[in-house]
Design a protein. Structure first.
Length: 148
């Protein structure tokens, strides 16, 4: 599973958001403009609804919000890098600075689980997280994932 195949330079954002809701809104808006999602409001609501069930802050300063809808036909990852950490109610209590928003179809669970597994395994690498936080361009982020 190559995460690189799901990452688009145009879907990488350096954020100055001060809250989880603000950061998610910016990333969803970006996804809507680039991916031309058929039902943007449903996607945004699905992301927020999922967050209400249990926090997607997995620890290590990382959050992986996600939504799967029947109206989506392919998986994609929107990456947000926050200048300052925001409270995400993460499992370890640490503020989140790296966000990986996953969107995709609701009928391809196996592919989704492979993406999620590959992403979480990659993000366990402290050096990768540090390099992402020190990156200043979307191209640098793409290059990091191309090397994985």
């Amino acid at each position: 599973m190559k995460l690189f195949n799901y990452i688009d330079e145009k879907l990488i954002y350096f954020l100055d958001s001060s809250s989880k809701v603000e950061a998610l809104g910016t990333l969803v808006k970006g996804a809507l403009s680039i991916k031309e999602l058929p039902d943007g409001k449903a996607f945004h609501n699905a992301i927020l609804d999922r967050e209400k069930i249990v926090s997607t802050g997995i620890g290590m300063g990382v959050a992986i919000p996600h939504a799967k809808l029947s109206t989506l036909d392919e998986f994609f990852i929107v990456i947000g890098i926050l200048q300052k950490g925001v409270d995400w109610n993460a499992l370890d209590g640490a503020p989140v600075r790296l966000i990986f928003l996953i969107g995709g179809p609701d009928d391809r669970q196996t592919e989704y689980l492979k993406i999620l597994s590959s992403l979480t395994m990659s993000l366990r690498d402290e050096n990768l997280r540090k390099e992402m936080l020190s990156a200043t361009t979307a191209e640098e982020i793409v290059n990091l994932f191309e090397a994985i």
